[in-house]
Design a protein around this ligand. Structure first.
Ligand code: IPM
Ligand code: MG
Length: 362
């Protein structure tokens, strides 16, 4: 039975990188028998320009009915003056909330070919394979009350609320423990329990869950230390689980260990494993429209989609191999360029991955 994929290119380089993902999906359909249909919809700033809202009803409907969603990126300086309620980011956050995509999986894997592209020494990152499990629909991103108010003395006061319930912590905790069971069986829960009561609760709930997963070794770390350890000795980690905002920050940090944020895919899943897949980088307005963005994080997001939402683990592995083959050929976009390699643009990189996929099929 054919599966439906909602395609949301979004803004900036989102348009260019998602075009490469569509080429990849076409190839999987034509040459590998993947039965998928795709429908495109607007999100973010481009949706605001066309409809006055960053998450039009039609987009939400399409996503609700889809088996999986592929998203490029949202945002850009053009929309920064807008009110928060209609900023491009609200489209993405709205989609996460509406579809209850609470579990965000962000793998940081170093391709051996890119050890030189990392800003850390090659031996510190060689063999790196971390998975960050970020809570995605709660915490300070969504907590109420929030806002900026005028005070009688003419000053302003801005506030956001960091809030988590036991149930919210438990469900992300279970995803993290189960993910750790399938990997290296080590889980590090990251919090700020020395200062924030809500993350003391987070720590207690994680500790309580550990009894259900005796084969997983649970540890706890404060977020400031975790940030330091990520750049000091990143290979000590297997799976990390943390709150929405800490996960946002730590995953950008982990991304750089792999050479470029342009390499990192992500999956955002709900309880039914319906998922949204997106590169973790943003819309990169500085290079948008130039055809130089790295499409690999988006192509690897397609691989995650095949694995988690479409039950096509074998095809997913083929994409991973094709990306590796292209790196072996010495092709690099600007963000991962190093001496002796050949610099290519977005489309050439996408074409090369499709060609490698076909070659692998014989
Ligand atoms: C991410 C991004 C988003 C976030 C932005 C674009 C709203 O930084 O997916 O990491 O903060 O979650
Ligand atoms: Mg981020």
């Amino acid at each position: 039975m054919s599966k439906n994929i909602a395609i949301l290119p979004g803004d900036g380089i989102g348009v260019e990188i998602v075009a490469e993902a569509c080429k990849l999906l076409d190839c999987l359909r034509d040459d590998f028998g993947l039965q998928v249909e795709t429908d495109e919809a607007l999100i973010g700033g481009s949706a605001y320009d066309a409809t006055g809202t960053p998450l039009p009803d039609a987009t939400l409907e399409l996503c609700r009915e889809a088996d999986a969603i592929l998203l490029g990126a949202v945002g850009g300086p053009k929309w920064e003056p807008l009110d928060y309620s209609v900023r491009p980011e609200r489209g993405l956050l709205g989609l996460r909330a509406e579809l209850d995509l609470f579990a965000n999986l962000r793998p940081a894997i170093l391709y051996p070919q890119l050890a030189e592209a990392s800003s850390l020494k090659a031996d510190i990152v060689a063999g790196l394979d971390i998975l960050i499990v970020r809570e995605l629909t709660g915490g300070i991103y969504f907590g109420q009350p929030r806002g900026v108010e005028e005070l009688p003395d003419g000053q302003k006061r801005g506030y956001n609320t960091l809030v988590y319930s036991t149930a919210e912590i438990e469900r992300i905790g279970r995803v993290a423990f189960e993910t750790a069971q399938k990997r290296g069986k080590r889980l590090c829960s990251v919090d700020k329990a020395n200062v924030l009561e809500v993350t003391e609760l987070w720590r207690d709930v994680m500790t309580g869950l550990a009894g259900d997963y005796p084969d997983v070794e649970l540890s706890h770390m404060y977020v400031d230390n975790a940030a330091m350890q990520l750049v000091r000795a990143p290979k000590q980690f297997d799976v990390m689980v943390t709150t929405n905002m800490f996960g946002d920050i730590l995953s950008d940090c982990a991304a750089m260990l792999t050479g470029s944020i342009g390499m990192l895919p992500s999956a955002s899943l709900n309880a039914e494993n319906c998922g949204m897949y997106e590169p973790i980088h943003g819309s990169a307005p500085d290079i948008a429209g130039q055809g130089v963005a790295n499409p690999l994080a988006t192509l690897l997001s397609v691989a995650m989609m095949l694995r988690y939402s479409l039950g096509e683990a074998e095809l997913a592995a083929r994409i991973d191999r094709a990306v590796s083959a292209v790196l072996d050929q010495g092709l690099r976009t600007g963000d991962i360029m190093s001496d002796g390699m050949r610099q290519v643009g977005t489309a050439e990189m996408g074409d090369a991955v499709v060609a490698a996929l076909r070659a692998d099929a014989g």
